[in-house]
Design a protein around this ligand. Structure first.
Ligand code: SER
Length: 626
């Protein structure tokens, strides 16, 4: 069964169960200032989940196009994509767990005929913060469904991702995870949620591709392991709570918010973990094979990046986004440039957009009328962007290769020269350096900024880059702001997304200055959220501890590092909060305060005083304790 047929089966299945099909929403949210893109099926439905009446009734079904810019750097393996379709069905205060889990099970095992022996499920283990109990109700429903297929479904308490790797599968079928895995809200786990935000425990279904476990990810495999053996194909969220100043309160009526990735379900139906081989993507890969004269087998990573980025770009184009230097337009430009860059690697030196965009459009035209309407405009806009960018790319790459051969290293001066003389975007220099396996000076940004300022003929040139590790000294005031900066970095990630990466920092006794990657302005309400999180964490009096770790381990276990930093074999990792469930982990030389409450002594509060652009795709925040 191909992906288009699966989409149709799903919609028909729920229509037969009295659901109304609703049209997909645009990838650019219409009335939601909190985010640049529609990243999940429920996003356009938030007001209705909170209790507003939906004109189409209480049972809805759709296939929502989604885009997650934060996954851009993950693309290249067999399952990550920035663009995907999310099949969704909703009960707005109507049916609940029994119907939802049974229906999804029937859809998987009867409508698209997946082998039930390959399905594994997870449920919420309950926690004190939310006061929401362990979801034994869902587990009992799953047990019954598995039993009908003669599968004895053993329940296993697995905890978090970390304990998952320690405990392993243990012949289980139903796994209880904590809120880091089995709680859903747009903002992640309960502690990250803003007041007023709806969320709830969820129950996920995983498909077992049976590929061998890769110990690089952890000792034992478990459903949420990242080795690729298990793929999450559907998530039933029991959206029944709202965060309030008094804690987690029940919504007037409990809802179901179900989302399942169409591409992943299609891959499961092929019993092959490579989503790039499904009917909605394979023709794109074949197009790239023809254009490049190269085989997918030998060039998987590059072809996957090009295919994914052009798919995402095409859909953004369909939804009215044009390449530019701002917000959604900037992300689109970045997708196109990365696609062109990786295609260049494959030997495709022209006509990429002209040839490949129409292939992508043809796969969606029969089911989405907007694609047909917008196709020609999108292809034209992309061809124009490709022409301009190819000029830049050729001369810039040539120059960068020369520098790399000569010095085996890029400095801030090189990055500036590439930018200034060749119009080579900064981000591309960093990426190109990575592709050519040459290092970038840790403090490239300092020189770059200085030269930029000089170029703008400012009378004085700021003297930056004089500080060791970005700290003016090790005085008490500086150390407090240093720990605060770690809190702020994590808060920025929580509020804006995982694409936030540190690009530089500089701390004096008066203020912290922090540069980080982010495509657009940080909005006032997001600034407020960041401030609130930091002040909350100061109040919570979290412990600050450090440990020396192997660099590899530190980088794979989710510690933040600054881009372009070069690390030795061992690094110091600073953890804020309970090391088992840390709020923040960062590779850092210190020093730091021992407890976060020290930061707030004397009634001091964290405040962001300025947010501005620093360079292309990099924002700069200045903040104080006052
Ligand atoms: N909101 C949930 C998700 O995005 C289910 O639709 O996974």
């Amino acid at each position: 069964m191909n992906a288009q047929e699966i989409r149709k089966k799903y919609l028909d299945f729920f229509v037969a169960r009295k659901h109304q099909v609703i049209p997909r929403a645009s990838l650019v949210p219409q009335d939601d200032p909190t985010t640049l893109f529609t990243g999940s099926g429920m996003q356009p439905l938030v007001p209705y989940l909170l209790g507003e009446k939906h004109p189409a009734g209480k049972r809805l079904v759709d296939s929502q196009t989604c885009f997650r810019a934060e996954d851009m750097d993950e693309v290249g393996d067999n399952r990550h994509t920035t663009f995907f379709e999310m099949l969704g069905n909703w009960s707005l205060g109507d049916y609940y767990k029994e119907e939802q889990l049974t229906w999804f099970w029937d859809f998987l095992t009867k409508a698209v005929k997946l082998n039930p022996a390959k399905l594994y499920v997870t449920c919420f283990s309950g926690d004190q913060l939310t006061g929401v109990p362990k979801d034994t109700e869902s587990a009992a429903i799953w047990k019954k469904l598995f039993a009908k297929k003669d599968i004895q479904a053993k329940e296993v308490e697995i905890g978090s991702n970390t304990t998952g790797y320690q405990k392993g599968l243990q012949n289980g079928r139903i796994f209880y995870y904590d809120a880091s895995k089995n709680w859903w809200s747009r903002e992640g786990p309960p502690s990250n949620m803003r007041l007023g935000e709806p969320g709830g425990p969820d129950s996920e279904v995983f498909y077992d591709f049976g590929t061998p476990h890769d110990e690089k990810f952890g000792t034992h495999c478990h459903p949420n392991c990242d080795c690729g053996r298990f793929s999450e194909i559907g998530n039933s969220v029991f959206m029944a709570y709202k965060k309030t100043p008094k804690g987690f309160e029940k919504l007037p009526k409990p809802n179901v918010d179900f989302g399942g990735g169409l591409e992943r379900i299609a891959a499961a139906c092929q019993d092959s973990p490579d989503v790039f081989q499904i009917s909605l993507i394979k023709p794109v890969i074949e197009g790239l094979e023809t254009l490049s004269g190269k085989d997918y087998e030998q060039h998987q990573a590059a072809m996957r990046v090009v295919a994914d980025h052009l798919r995402a770009a095409t859909w953004l184009g369909v939804d009215g986004v044009a390449p530019s230097n701002k917000a959604q337009g900037y992300v689109l430009r970045r997708l196109l440039r990365r696609a062109i860059r990786y295609a260049f690697e494959l030997g495709i030196e022209q006509h990429l957009c002209e040839k490949v965009t129409p292939i992508i459009a043809s796969l969606y035209e029969p089911d989405f009328p907007q694609v047909k309407e917008r196709k020609n405009d999108v292809v034209h806009a992309f061809i124009k962007e490709e022409t301009i960018f190819r000029q830049t790319l050729r001369s810039g790459v040539r120059e960068l290769t020369k520098i790399a051969k000569r010095n085996k290293h890029l400095t801030g001066v090189d990055v500036f020269r590439l930018y200034d003389t060749y119009g080579f975007p900064v981000e591309l220099s960093l990426e190109e350096a990575y592709l050519q396996k040459v290092g970038v000076s840790e403090d490239w940004h300092h020189d770059f900024d200085r030269l930029m300022e000089e170029q703008k003929k400012r009378s004085q040139t700021a003297s930056v880059g004089m500080f060791k590790g970005g700290l003016a000294d090790h005085s008490e005031a500086v150390v407090r702001l240093h720990t605060t900066t770690h809190l702020m970095y994590q808060a920025l990630k929580n509020v804006l997304g995982e694409h936030v990466v540190q690009r530089g920092s500089n701390i004096t006794a008066q203020r912290t200055r922090f540069d980080f990657s982010h495509p657009g302005k940080v909005r006032p309400e997001q600034i407020k959220q960041v401030q609130d999180i930091v002040n909350e964490k100061i109040k919570e009096d979290l412990s600050v501890t450090w440990k020396e770790e192997d660099t590899k381990e530190a980088l794979t276990s989710g510690s933040s590092g600054a881009f372009g930093d070069k690390y030795g074999e061992k690094v110091k990792v600073y953890t804020i909060g309970d090391p088992k469930k840390p709020f923040s982990r960062e590779i850092c030389g210190g020093p730091h305060v021992e407890h976060t409450s020290v930061i707030g002594e004397g009634g001091k509060k964290f405040r962001i005083i300025k947010e501005e652009a620093s360079s292309a795709g990099v924002r700069r925040i200045k903040a104080v304790l006052d």
